[in-house]
Design a protein. Structure first.
Length: 361
């Protein structure tokens, strides 16, 4: 079956449909990873987006139950140059086409993903519509123009209720703004008693759980769309050691008086170089974000810049000058990606176990 892709600038592309059939609107973005498509599909930070993979062959090792990063995929569509119809891997349980169809997600292959990626790099991410319906381009353009991009992604992907991974180590409240499973795995691996709470949990509710530290997860969308979470982070600062990742990093910055802005095309992939300013060391990191903390907004805040992106010089890490709190824009848990920055979880756990660490409310 043929599938159509129409961008808001009028660009028309056709390919072959795989996965589900129908129609979907979303923000069209690109990911530069060569592997890890299953983790990309199940990363809640992609909620509401149509993801283009720059690597040409996708689906060659199939999908399995072990590499999921959330309870289900949240992407609005998936674009590839070529779809591998016969996956080959000892852990493979089903093909990507079968899996996408099972979850109602449109996939399209045969698209010139190189051209599409260059367009998004030059002009920025843009709204698009994927469709397998037999309709003229004019009808698609009308619906695309009438459809607004979602702004409630965090509420869609966050945990609905509190749940616990019990242990005898320090207790960490993980505020779930769209957390990947890998973050919880890294904390439990280090003996932490992890309590996962929904995104809109209040500071008072966190206090009642008597944690030794607070972890702010990744998540989709604009951090300014969830002002209540910014206030909660502000109220928690100083009570517990704090570690933020991706959206959690941005919320931490906003809670401390800094500012964020939308990027032209963002960072999405498992091959993003980041420099740690204190050591000069460079790590290759896994990233997925379309917003960034403005470095010029840090001037009158209690925050210091700790990491920068080597490709464009944007903010990749922050630390509070007085409190045990820090954050990074990238994903130290990887999944997918290199484990260069895994040590950041050790740094956080060390904060939790110091005598001067947690000060319970």
């Amino acid at each position: 079956m043929r599938a159509k892709l129409l961008l808001e600038d009028g660009t028309k592309m056709e390919g072959h449909s795989y996965g589900a059939e129908g129609e979907q609107v979303g923000e069209v973005v690109f990911n530069t990873g060569m592997t890890g498509y299953q983790e990309v599909l199940t990363d809640p930070s992609y909620c509401g987006q149509i993801v283009t993979m720059t690597y040409p062959l996708i689906g060659n090792y199939g999908l399995n139950r072990h590499d999921l990063e959330s309870r289900s995929p949240f992407v609005n569509g998936f674009i590839t140059r070529e779809e591998a119809t016969v996956p080959s891997h000892w852990r493979s349980e089903q093909s990507i086409s079968h899996w996408l169809k099972e979850y109602g997600i449109l996939g399209v292959s045969g698209i010139d993903t190189r051209m599409l990626t260059k367009k998004l790099r030059i002009h920025g991410t843009m709204k698009g519509i994927l469709s397998t319906l037999e309709e003229p381009w004019e009808a698609l353009a009308e619906r695309l123009g009438a459809t607004e991009l979602m702004r409630d992604q965090v509420a869609r992907v966050s945990a609905r209720n509190i749940h616990v991974s019990p242990s005898y180590g320090p207790r960490v409240v993980l505020m779930d703004f769209g957390a990947k499973y890998g973050q919880q795995r890294e904390l439990t691996k280090r003996g932490c008693d992890v309590v996962v709470v929904p995104w809109n949990t209040s500071a008072e509710e966190v206090h009642r759980l008597r944690p030794d530290g607070v972890f702010l997860s990744n998540g989709p969308g604009d951090p300014k769309d969830i002002p209540s979470a910014i206030r909660t982070v502000e109220q928690l600062l100083g009570h517990y050691p704090l570690f933020g990742i991706c959206l959690g990093h941005q919320l931490f910055a906003l809670a401390c008086g800094a500012d964020t802005e939308k990027m032209k095309f963002g960072h999405r992939g498992s091959n993003q170089p980041v420099k740690e300013l204190s050591t000069g060391r460079t790590a290759i990191t896994s990233q997925n974000h379309g917003y960034t903390v403005r470095i010029d907004s840090l001037k009158d805040t209690p925050l210091e810049l700790t990491h920068i992106a080597l490709n464009d010089g944007t903010c990749e890490g922050l630390a509070h000058k007085e409190l045990p709190a820090f954050s990074v824009q990238y994903h130290p848990e990887a999944a997918p990606g290199p484990h260069d920055s895994n040590y950041l979880f050790d740094r956080f756990v060390e904060m939790l176990t110091k005598k001067e660490g947690a000060v319970h409310a």
